[in-house]
Design a protein around this ligand. Sequence first.
Ligand SMILES: *Cc1c(COP(=O)(O)O)cnc(C)c1O
Length: 241
Amino acid sequence: MSISTNYIKIREQIPSDVTIVLSVKTRTVEQIEEAIGAGATDIGHNYVQEAGRMYNALNNKAAKVKWHMIGHLQTNKINKALRIFDVVQTVDSLEKAAAIDKRAERAGKEIIPVYIEINIGSEFSKAGIKPDEHEPFDEYMEKLAKDISALSHLRLAGLMTMGPRFGNPEDVRSYFRRTRRIFERIKGLDLPNVNMKYLSMGMTNSYRIAIEEGSNMIRIGSAIFGKRECDVEENGGTAIF
Ligand SMILES: *Cc1c(COP(=O)(O)O)cnc(C)c1O
């Protein structure tokens, strides 16, 4: 099936308040153009350099969509990232948040929406904050949200997680549920300068379960573009061939 057919079909199948972020790593400009033509509104990229090239190649189409950084963001790439991305979904420490805040101010950006990335399975190979390393985790996350809320050029707007990948996607449900609980908990704090709007979880093999567990933003690639030849499974950038 074609990219546009795939996109339109999934768009119709899921609730209208769930945002689809197209995960476009390894895809071509032509493929992205087709998806935008079918109505895609949000693009997620893992790599600053490639995203920049894609942004330029898309010309006037690039500004029509929202750009989400969904890969591990190195501090030395923040300046460049801020020229491309509207949202950074991968804040994984207060230090990273402060570094983005500082550079946003220098770049003359009013506010950058950011999400905190949780590595909810505490997986060694993945980026994001690992619960195992910060117990009690609910308290840790509350404190982090409060600290980020004090940064004037950022607005904490959500949580992002990948979740462990299982043969049976049903097995990831409890991880999504735990992420949702943390999301609600931070939302309930009603912190100034925090607007917990987005729970970004669910990929091709798990988005249905993620939506059942409260996700309102799914990041999908393969379901729309087809299987990747080189499977870049981890958002830290480890390629699995
Ligand atoms: C690749 C990737 C996705 C999408 O994966 P698919 O299985 O192709 O849907 C989502 N989120 C992140 C962070 C990714 O790196």
